[in-house]
Design a protein around this ligand. Structure first.
Ligand SMILES: Nc1ncnc2c1ncn2[C@@H]1O[C@H](COP(=O)(O)OP(=O)(O)OP(=O)(O)O)[C@@H](O)[C@H]1O
Ligand SMILES: [Mg+2]
Length: 139
């Protein structure tokens, strides 16, 4: 387990780079945290550091966004917030992405908990009590 404290947005690049160093070959990254915790913002910073020039926004309606990195690999960004049944994930073929070997960042993994692979890297973003800082836990 690793804990990274993030004081503000200026502090996010350092946190994202520490996180990239902690990936250790994991390709499925689940981001836990309440609405507005900063999941999309963190993914945007990680993607930017990996050379993504595409606009990183939550794939709320498409469920998944694809970004191309500087070295021409792909990153998938999921948001399962609006999914109502696990069947919907099967219908759009989530396995093709999850088992592609490409990096997959998943917002709202709780919505499809039973489909999350066992070797998922779990990241939790929590706000401190005074709502001023964020605590990122990697486990
Ligand atoms: N580390 C941070 N420091 C300060 N502000 C932040 C940080 N991370 C995110 N924010 C701000 O919090 C707001 C919500 O962030 P974001 O959209 O990334 O949350 P989210 O967890 O993806 O929410 P949702 O569950 O709705 O998708 C944004 O306005 C963003 O600028
Ligand atoms: Mg989001």
């Amino acid at each position: 387990m690793k804990i990274i404290n993030v004081k503000n947005l200026e502090d996010l690049p350092r946190a994202a780079s520490e996180l990239i160093e902690s990936l250790n070959g994991h390709t499925i990254i689940a981001l836990h945290g309440t609405m507005g915790a900063g999941k999309t913002t963190l993914i945007r910073e990680i993607a930017s550091q990996m050379g993504v020039v595409d606009n990183v926004t939550s794939p709320t309606f498409a469920i998944v966004n694809q970004y191309n990195t500087a070295d021409d690999s792909r990153i998938y960004h999921f948001d399962f917030y609006r999914i109502e049944k696990v069947e919907e994930a099967y219908d759009f073929g989530y396995e093709e992405y999850f088992f592609s070997g490409d990096l997959c960042f998943v917002e709202w993994p709780e919505r499809i908990a039973e489909l999350m692979p066992e070797d998922t890297l779990n990241i939790t973003i929590e706000l401190t009590e005074d709502n001023n800082e964020r605590v990122i836990t990697i486990s």
